[in-house]
Design a protein around this ligand. Structure first.
Ligand code: SF4
Ligand code: SF4
Length: 169
């Protein structure tokens, strides 16, 4: 760039408005495709926890017992995972970014969890046992095995020994 072209560019910029904005004093206008921040319609939420389980940044906490849905907007990476996995379609992306803050704080939304549906108790009809099964279930009496006969060993008849009588001689 020659000195003349540089001087003309500089003079022209002196009379043009700045290309930057006074953010955060002047809010930025979202552009097409901005994901912005996650918002919830708590009246539709059933506190299933699917959004919490599908958040790669651990930014969402769902507490069904207390009926609370909580998000850490400073951990959220705007991936849309929670929005796409919500079975009730109560989450959406607001194209406006999270408002600037001096302290990092979670956004807690209080709702009312729906009652857990109770399954009706259905009594089971008695099941008739088949005959074979009845036989099979009869008590089994153990049959005593015949004891082996133990024969006494034959006793040899001892031949009486003649007692020696001392001679009188
Ligand atoms: S996935 Fe949807 S319905 Fe389930 S807890 Fe999250 S916001 Fe609620
Ligand atoms: S947009 Fe992504 S990072 Fe943000 S809360 Fe949802 S799942 Fe988590």
């Amino acid at each position: 760039m020659s000195y003349l072209a540089f001087a003309l560019e500089m003079l022209g910029n002196m009379f043009k408005p700045p290309v930057t904005t006074d953010y955060p004093i002047k809010p930025r206008t979202p552009v097409e495709g901005d994901r912005g921040k996650v918002v919830i319609d708590i009246s539709k939420c059933i506190f299933c926890g699917s959004c919490q389980r599908n958040c790669p940044a651990d930014a969402i906490t769902v507490n069904r017992a207390k009926g609370t849905w909580e998000i850490n907007p400073f951990s959220c990476v705007q991936c849309r995972g929670c929005v796409d996995n919500c079975p009730k379609k109560c989450l959406s992306m607001d194209p406006m970014y999270t408002a600037p803050a001096t302290e990092k704080a979670n956004i807690l939304v209080q709702g009312t969890p729906p009652p857990i549906p109770q399954r009706p108790v259905v009594a089971k009809p008695p099941v008739a046992k088949p005959a074979v099964a009845a036989e099979a279930s009869a008590p089994v009496v153990p049959v005593k095995a015949a004891e082996p006969k133990i024969e006494a060993p034959a006793v040899k008849a001892e031949t009486p020994v003649a007692a020696e009588v001392p001679s009188k001689e």
